[in-house]
Design a protein around this ligand. Structure first.
Ligand code: BG6
Length: 498
């Protein structure tokens, strides 16, 4: 297909593949997967001989394709796609009408793949709730679709990978009894974000950061994901999950491992993941009696944001009026190893906050002696901030002299936007789908990482499950009870996004 935009085409070429989306009638498919596949195709990162096979029920192929087309126009208006281009793109699609519980669905799928003469590679994307993962893996296995003798067979699943340590282990065991671990790609879309990967490049492709990257120079690290949206239409999931499970156990702990890990011996999936798991193993277990000092949980009440009236969490559809589910969570971790002893890592996330900002803040220690302290505007500690979104990039906050005859200081921010002049920053799904197609599992969570991160937060979950009330914050504000205390002994305190 002809490209009508100047997208970058950097990336390893992929083999023709059957991209099978199980649960292809859902939101993820139209919002994320199909736009990502189209962009990849235009960039030459999806082989033009690939096929996209949707498995769903209750719709004809025509209805399904019409829904996808509408979804593209609604959710991805930046992708300019005229009718002729859509016709051309949709000719790659076919559909299997079937129930995921029925054996026939998988035999039909196997027949469809067998009928394609040119290639037998298959990527199975489970765009369904996690309770289906084992059923799908068993169906694929029984129909011979996990057998890799004629082409690769890879299965992609999305979080949550369990709801606690026991269910995570059970899911891993079930999947590993049907598939080889190397066939399982556990997506954490945060790791697909360009700026998160850029963190590794900044750390390991430059020599000025690593000498400072330790307890001798760094006071603490803050990793955050503030969101202005609420729970949208996901009350049933969110009521059982809450912010700690939804964001900290997965995305933010994964980011923490990248900040804290030692340089891997090579940039390969297992070398990187071996270093990440070492970080998780070094996280100090949180004692039950310390949970209240090391964590914050709160829930949004009603409020306003950008003049929009926001209803309280408990007034959302399908949320119990007595709900104590946290929509904001913060946890203070310690990593017991030589590099990080004594350096708190504070991870926090919340919904219905004033802005959508996700950042990694490396806060350095104060200078040992302050010459300029007596002036009106005393110097502040240096921070290196990695902006995950929006405005991906890195900034260094330093102190500089104010112009004039005094030695008064002022804060100076040196910014390096990641993409200059509005260049395309790839969406996480493009990056991750491309990685699955090329068999690069570096940015995917391995079973041991998932289990280890659940076991780290298990003591918090155990304490929180007995709570009968939860602190409230006003939607659209940064006034979160207990948040400042989490940073009480940290140089410069809580870095509120701005
Ligand atoms: C998801 C969470 O994994 O990540 C959502 O389930 C959250 O609750 C989302 O809103 C945030 O992702 P992003 O890319 O918008 O920061």
């Amino acid at each position: 297909m002809e490209s009508n935009n100047a997208a970058q085409c950097l990336g390893e070429a992929t083999e023709p593949t059957n991209i099978v989306i199980l649960g292809a009638g859902g939101d993820l498919t139209k919002r994320k997967l199909i736009p990502a596949l189209l962009k990849m195709l235009r960039c030459g990162l999806l082989h033009a001989d690939s096929k996209i096979i949707g498995v769903l029920k209750g719709r004809t192929q025509e209805q399904w394709l019409t829904g996808l087309h509408k979804g593209m126009q609604e959710y991805s208006p930046e992708i300019k796609l005229n009718d002729q281009q859509w016709q051309q793109f949709s000719s790659m699609f076919s559909m299997i009408e079937g129930d995921l519980q029925e054996e026939r669905t998988y035999t039909d799928l196997a027949a469809a793949i067998t009928s394609i003469q040119q290639h037998k590679n298959a990527l199975f994307y489970c765009a369904v709730p996690p309770r289906w993962y084992t059923t799908i893996a068993a169906g694929l296995d029984k129909a011979g679709l996990s057998d890799q003798s004629e082409g690769f067979r890879r299965v992609v699943i999305e979080k949550p990978f369990g709801m606690d340590i026991d269910s995570a282990r059970q899911l891993n065991n079930e999947l590993q009894s049907l598939l080889d671990e190397s066939q399982i790609y556990r997506i954490d879309h945060y790791l697909g974000k360009e700026s998160v990967q850029n963190l590794l490049v900044y750390r390991f492709a430059n020599s000025i950061l690593e000498p400072l990257w330790n307890r001798n120079f760094i006071d603490h690290v803050q990793i955050s994901a503030a969101e202005s949206i609420g729970i949208e239409y996901r009350a049933n999931y969110y009521e059982k999950s809450g912010a700690l499970r939804d964001m900290i156990q997965s995305h933010l702990m994964q980011v923490m491992t990248l900040v804290a890990m030692e340089p891997p011996v090579e940039f390969t999936a297992d070398a990187v993941r071996d270093e990440k798991i070492k970080v998780l193993r070094a996280v100090r277990p949180i004692k039950p009696e310390s949970v209240s000092q090391q964590t914050v949980a709160a829930q949004y009440g009603s409020g306003t944001n950008a003049e929009e009236a926001i209803k309280a969490y408990v007034a959302e559809d399908d949320v119990s009026a007595e709900s104590v589910t946290e929509t904001l969570a913060g946890v203070r971790f310690h990593i017991d190893n030589w590099r990080w002893q004594g350096v708190p890592f504070i991870l926090w996330t919340g919904k219905r906050l004033p802005q959508r900002v996700s950042e990694i803040v490396i806060r350095f220690r104060k200078p040992p002696f302050n010459l300029f302290d007596t002036h009106a505007n005393p110097p502040t500690a240096n921070s290196l901030v990695f902006r995950v979104h929006p405005d991906e990039g890195i900034s260094l906050r330093m102190n500089a002299k104010m112009p004039g005859l005094t030695t008064d200081t002022q804060r100076m921010v040196m910014r390096a936007p990641y993409a200059e002049n509005g260049e395309d920053v790839s969406d996480a799904y493009e990056v991750l789908l491309h990685d699955v197609l090329t068999g690069d599992a570096t940015l995917f969570s391995r079973a041991d990482e998932v289990e280890q991160s659940w076991s780290i937060i298990e003591p918090i979950l155990n304490e929180w499950q007995h709570r009968i009330s939860v602190n409230r914050y006003r939607a659209g504000t940064w006034e979160i009870p207990g948040m400042e205390d989490l940073f009480a002994d940290c140089v410069g305190g809580w870095h509120k996004p701005s």
